[in-house]
Unconditional design. Structure first.
Length: 374
């Protein structure tokens, strides 16, 4: 009997130990399974990185072939598209749909164009894009149905300033400082009644505050002038813009208009090759005679401006004067401009011209030995 009790007790103890071991393993396995599941769930929720689409001219080009080139001399749209197997009928349709949007005859040599093509063996064009200038581009959509439209780029206006000291000429000083030729002429236009810019001195100073037009951070033009300053031969000149209702003009620090009845000079010249004198040895006739004018030497084709408002009295070719223009400004003052390479379009007797208006271009017609304006 005693032996039976002992055996029963041992069996009970073993049973309890077995149950505890099972319970421990069960919970361990559940915990491991749960951890694995959580790990799987966690890995399933990792964000997938999707590549950003590439855009060009506002169009997605991820799956397209981009071909960039420039218009060759005497090349037209038909020449370009035919090389990519665009049919004659499609080119004719492009020509018809371009009317009123863009004149295809205006495609200019060295201007950029872009083709967006299928990635097939023929590089079949989807789009032809032409850039006539920095401010706009023309899209010729060839996919499905032909469509032609023009897009104007967004222009940002940024306030800028430029200043410096002249060592030789205003143009050189400004352009060495990063200015464009347009910016040089902008400053010239402010003070053209006060200063002869071809007679500036070493040490003269300038400053211009202006608005610059930019497209995608690239300068594309000059906007409004916000203020200008020039120190010439120790004298200060200020130019402040103001519109009194007839357009923007410039005023000095005393509120006086900078505009004068006559410009200081009618063109941007290189040097004065001959002054007004009663006796000069003529370089062509080889004799001494009066020279009742001033010769401004300048490159062939330099624009010539009317020094004041007036009416054209004469505009023609003369044996000695070459191509010349004569302007009556008032009852007492008349000016003549001689030896032009050509007279500007629309300049003829009876035409009224404004101060600063281009009336012709520097040449050496008539009795002249080299390009200049007399």
């Amino acid at each position: 009997m005693r032996i039976k009790v002992i055996l029963f007790s041992l069996l009970l103890i073993l049973t309890l130990v077995g149950l505890s071991f099972y319970k421990y393993n069960y919970h361990s396995n559940v915990y491991e399974d749960k951890s694995k599941k959580e790990a799987v769930v966690e890995s399933d929720t990792v964000d997938l990185v999707v590549p950003e689409s590439k855009y060009l001219y506002g169009m997605i080009i991820d799956s397209l072939v981009v071909i960039e080139d420039v218009i060759k001399p005497r090349q037209n749209l038909s020449h370009i598209l035919s090389a990519y197997n665009v049919s004659g009928n499609t080119i004719s349709e492009i020509s018809a749909k371009s009317k009123g949007v863009f004149d295809l005859r205006a495609l200019a040599a060295n201007k950029k164009y872009t083709l967006l093509c299928s990635p097939d063996s023929l590089n079949t064009p989807h789009c032809f894009i032409y850039e006539p200038n920095e401010l706009e581009y023309v899209v010729f959509n060839l996919k499905d149905s032909v469509e032609v439209y023009k897009v104007e780029r967004e222009v940002e206006v940024v306030e800028k300033s430029i200043s410096g000291v002249i060592t030789s000429s205003l143009a050189k000083a400004m352009m060495d400082n990063g200015a464009s030729p347009q910016l040089v002429h902008t400053l010239y236009d402010v003070f053209k009644w006060q200063i002869e810019f071809n007679r500036v001195y070493k040490g003269d100073k300038y400053k211009l505050i202006y608005e610059e037009k930019q497209v995608e951070g690239i300068p594309v033009g000059v906007g409004k002038v916000l203020g200008a300053y020039f120190e010439h031969s120790g004298k200060d000149y200020f130019g402040v813009p103001y519109d009194q209702g007839k357009g923007v003009e410039f005023f000095n620090e005393k509120g006086e208009n900078l505009r004068r009845a006559f410009l200081k000079e009618p063109l941007n010249y290189t040097r004065i090759s001959s002054k007004f004198t009663a006796k000069r040895f003529h370089p062509v006739q080889k004799r001494y005679k009066a020279h009742l004018g001033t010769d401004y030497a300048a490159p062939h084709g330099t624009p010539i401006m009317a020094v004041g408002d007036g009416v054209i009295l004469d505009a023609r070719y003369g044996q000695f004067n070459g191509n010349y223009v004569k302007i009556k400004h008032n009852e007492t003052i008349t000016t003549q401009y001689l030896h032009m390479s050509k007279i500007a379009t629309g300049i003829k007797p009876g035409t009224r011209v404004k101060q600063g208006q281009v009336i012709g271009y520097v040449g050496s017609t008539g009795l002249a030995s080299g390009p200049h304006l007399c």
